[in-house]
Design a protein around this ligand. Structure first.
Ligand code: SPD
Length: 287
């Protein structure tokens, strides 16, 4: 729930943790009500443009690189040879841009239910959409849950779920049935990665996601943590779930020799993101 008040502060209230996050706004730029959700755009004083969906902050120009890089590069450098990648959600195209930096990726299909998110991103975050015309990219605007139910089994190497919180259209992306369809869609050794909220204030959701992934039949899980100022608590995670086999590190020398630029991600960050605090390990072991 966020409020844009007449003092030009946009504040998002996190009732479940009794906390609030705010950004100074200089102008409301746009608002559309799509068939699925309300999408608003703001100009902030210090964080560039800001996209808010159903009153929940999605991304800012200034710090989206953290989330988009961490949702893309760790999983792509963990899989031995990812060629076919599917992004569920991700309509702002920031994750797509990162995935397309990998020359070995041959095909990326992005499925976001709401075309309006991409149209708004093209207008207000053109830098994130700069690679949308890459011949390897296909943008579909349809239900990602249905897509995953119907896609050819064992045809995808990496699935990235870049969704909203588990409310509204994103709700069905956080349960066992969806994960079971992802598992079937993945090729041998394939990996699903999903944004998995804050370790500090969303632990019940994070442990429920992990349990649902294991219940669906995934062989191994790995949760990575990273900073994300504009999300609740400023501390966020993504969780990787692997088909058939355990996690066994990542391709460190390929990261070090990657011929593309990143702002946050590197081999040391990847290593550090895998380190979990004791309270997180305890919660995972207990669930
Ligand atoms: N609390 C908001 C979490 C939103 C996560 N997804 C954002 C999508 C950015 N591509």
């Amino acid at each position: 729930m966020s409020v844009f008040d007449d003092k030009k502060w946009l504040t998002e209230v996190f009732a479940d943790s009794g906390s609030v996050f705010g950004l100074a706004i200089t102008e409301k730029l746009d608002e559309v009500q799509s068939p699925f959700q309300k999408i608003a755009m703001y100009q902030t004083s210090h964080f560039g443009k800001l996209m808010v969906i159903d009153d929940v902050i999605m991304l800012s120009s200034r710090d989206n690189f953290l989330y988009h890089e961490m949702l893309s590069h760790p999983v792509l450098f963990t899989h031995p040879n990812p060629k076919n990648v599917v992004i569920i959600g991700g309509g702002d195209c920031g994750t797509l841009r990162e995935v397309l930096k990998h020359p070995g990726v041959e095909q990326v299909t992005q499925i976001d239910i709401d075309e309006q998110v991409t149209r708004m991103a093209e207008k207000y975050f053109p830098e994130l959409c700069a690679s949308n015309n890459d011949p390897r990219a296909t943008l579909k605007f349809e239900d990602g849950i249905k897509f995953m139910r119907e896609v050819q089994p064992a045809s995808i190497d990496v699935i990235i779920v870049d969704s909203t919180d588990p409310i509204g259209p994103g709700e069905g992306l956080f349960n066992r049935a969806f994960y079971a369809n992802c598992l079937a869609a993945l090729s041998e050794g394939g990996i699903l990665v999903q944004q998995s909220e804050s370790p500090l204030i969303h632990m019940p959701l994070l442990t429920a996601m992990r349990s649902a992934m294991l219940d669906a039949g995934f062989a191994a899980l790995q949760t990575l943590n990273f900073p994300q100022m504009v999300y609740p608590s400023g501390w966020w995670t993504c969780t990787m779930a692997r088909k058939n086999s355990a996690f066994n590190g990542f391709r460190v020398s390929d990261v070090q020799q990657a011929g593309f630029a990143t702002e946050y991600y590197n081999a040391e960050i990847h290593q550090a993101a895998m380190a979990l605090p004791n309270f997180v390990k305890k919660a995972f072991n207990a669930s």
